[in-house]
Design a protein around this ligand. Structure first.
Ligand code: ZN
Length: 250
């Protein structure tokens, strides 16, 4: 089974449409959370993704925008966007966010876990190998997908050695892909990257395709109409930094 793995769309409909256009054939979609927050099209993004699959893991922004936690836990920029998103969301979409399950979730299909931050805390950032050691040792599944850092790649423990999975792209303008073969004896924490607000200095939208038969992950980067996403943010009166950071990819 081939799975399209999405994370951190962050209400960026322009990036999401580009990802769905570019995604190769797949049977299912796994979504690792932060569908909303920061971007200017929360209702449009929820309408588009909610019909794509049944596997959704709640992110910290989904929790706050769905009124399950206080926006004051966030930095001021994120808190402003949570309050704006709450005012914009339809009651049905608030209800959909409230019903999202916190991770880890083990979907039907190939054996893997899906989480937002880590398996024990959706707010925990797994940013470097030392962050990943404990979560990977205690993981119940060999393959574990996570998001939250907005950095594509992840970490592998193979034959007793650790490996960083960040793709070595040329950082060109077009579409780029990077295929990673998963070893039967390896253990993996894999981040598909952020669709709508990458923070790995590459502004292109990120996603991954996981093939459970072939045991491969193909990381993708695709350009999208970034200017359009920025204009939506500015038009809605959201902070200009939220538009500017899309260019910078951070
Ligand atoms: Zn996020």
């Amino acid at each position: 089974m081939r799975c399209l793995v999405l994370s951190d769309i962050h209400a960026n409909i322009d990036a999401l449409e580009a990802v769905l256009d570019a995604a190769p054939a797949h049977e299912t979609v796994w979504n690792l959370g932060d569908v909303v927050g920061y971007g200017a099209a929360p209702n449009e993004v929820i309408e588009r993704v909610r019909v794509l699959g049944t596997t959704f893991v709640r992110g910290n922004h989904d929790r706050a925008c769905g009124e399950r936690s206080s926006p004051h836990l966030f930095n001021p920029l994120a808190a402003r966007s949570v309050l704006w998103t709450r005012r914009r969301l339809t009651p049905a979409h608030v209800g959909w966010l409230q019903a999202m399950a916190p991770g880890p979730v083990v979907p039907d299909g190939p054996q893997a876990s899906c989480m937002h931050g880590s398996d024990r805390d959706e707010d925990e950032y797994l940013s470097c190998l030392s962050d990943a050691r404990e979560p990977l040792r205690r993981a119940r599944t060999q393959i574990n997908f996570f998001g939250h850092t907005h950095v594509q790649g992840g970490f592998a423990l193979e034959g007793g050695g650790w490996r960083n999975l960040a793709p070595p792209y040329s950082k060109g303008e077009g579409v780029e892909t990077c295929k990673v073969r998963l070893r039967p004896d390896g253990r993996y924490l894999i981040n598909p990257g952020s669709v709508g607000q990458p923070r790995d200095h590459d502004p292109r939208a990120a996603f991954a395709i996981f093939d459970g038969e072939e045991m491969t992950v193909i990381f993708h980067r695709v350009p999208y109409d970034l200017r359009r996403a920025q204009l939506r943010i500015l038009h809605e009166g959201l902070p200009g930094q939220l538009a500017a950071r899309l260019n910078a990819g951070r």
